[in-house]
Design a binder for this molecule. Structure first.
Ligand code: SF4
Length: 233
């Protein structure tokens, strides 16, 4: 199959999800951290019949209680199976033994080491089982995401195909969809957490702050990436 980006640009999010499932079946994975964008996609998948598509997540071992609660609501409300990838046990044991439980606060290198062990390596394992992955990335989310295509080969994980059905959605559209379809969301969103990652690395944001200001807030903005989307973080 030759990917012609222009052919996908006009397609709606639902059309792209339908196409993903028709083209790749369970070899397409919907990557979810159960943020608002992911919840929109999960709701759409459920309305399209629930699959075939693999819904997967990364459990870093440091998530908020509220994130586990929204995962359980997804399982109960939508009846979808969530494939969960955990970090390699030996690597986590070594990290904690040698550097303690909060090494990520000590330097950017330490923080990236923790993200690599708890997120990047499990993601690589997850993607190794897939031919395509669907994400909730949007162009509005930051200067490095302004030109993400809706469908393209993933430069970071070739020959995987990366599908971004919400690429051209605004934040207002996301919230309007959630309201209209009564989609469940992580309870932390109502406590001023627009972007939710691991518990010790996420704080609520103040009015007017960037939506990702609460992630790794002690670092300079140019360091704020965890390696999941290196070229369109
Ligand atoms: S976000 Fe924080 S706790 Fe989570 S993997 Fe990265 S450094 Fe570790």
């Amino acid at each position: 199959m030759t990917l012609q980006a222009a052919n996908f640009e006009q397609k709606s999010a639902e059309e792209l999800l339908r196409w993903s499932m028709d083209e790749y079946g369970a070899d397409a994975g919907l990557a979810s951290s159960f943020g608002v964008e992911d919840m929109v996609l999960i709701d759409m998948v459920a309305k399209l019949g629930g699959g075939p598509i693999t819904l997967f997540t990364l459990d870093t071992g440091r998530l908020h209680e509220e994130t586990y609660e929204i995962m359980e609501r997804v399982r109960a409300a939508y009846g979808l199976e969530i494939k969960t990838y955990f970090p390699d046990r030996d690597q986590v044991e070594r990290l904690v033994r040698e550097k303690g439980f909060f090494s990520f606060r000590e330097s950017v290198d330490n923080r990236k080491e923790c993200c690599r062990i708890r997120k990047v390596e499990p993601l690589a394992r997850a993607l190794g089982e897939l031919k395509a992955w669907v994400t909730g990335l949007r162009r509005e989310q930051g200067i490095t995401r302004t030109d993400i295509p809706k469908v393209a080969e993933d430069r970071d994980h070739p020959p995987l195909i990366k599908i971004n059905p919400l690429a051209d959605w605004t934040q207002e559209q996301i919230h309007a969809y959630i309201k209209k379809h009564d989609v469940p969301i992580n309870a932390l969103h109502k406590k001023n957490y627009p972007s939710i990652g691991c518990a010790p690395c996420t704080r609520p944001v103040e009015r007017g702050e960037d939506v990702r200001a609460g992630r790794w807030w002690w670092e300079n903005p140019e360091h704020k990436e965890c390696g999941l989307h290196p070229t369109d973080r």
